[in-house]
Write a new protein. Structure first.
Length: 106
């Protein structure tokens, strides 16, 4: 009888540890944090999930406005952007998006 009681207690303790471990996995932080800088948006058309892009996002994570250089297929163009996400799109005159990067303040 004493052995059965010990086995039940050990099983109950193991169940609690396992439940706490699984519960810890449930409350883990999401892995989809915003990326600072340029990130192409996969589309079913031009480029798919690699450059050149039809659409992209430039996420400025700092404070204040900054100037970025957007590289299109045929030319580059500079823009001032505010903190947060800025949507970028292909330009009929300049072509598809290739990349965008920080070049200074506005």
């Amino acid at each position: 009888m004493l052995v059965m009681t010990k086995i039940r207690r050990m099983t109950a303790a193991a169940s609690v540890v396992l439940a706490l471990g699984v519960g810890g996995l449930v409350v883990a932080a999401p892995a989809s944090a915003a990326v600072c800088g340029f990130q192409g948006v996969p589309t079913p058309g031009l480029g798919g999930n690699q450059a050149p892009w039809e659409e992209a996002i430039y996420n400025h994570c700092g404070k204040g406005n900054v100037k970025i250089r957007v590289q299109y297929y045929y030319a580059d163009r500079d823009f001032c952007v505010t903190p947060g996400e800025t949507r970028l799109y292909a330009n009929p005159n300049l072509g598809a998006l290739r990349f965008a990067y920080y070049i200074g303040g506005c």
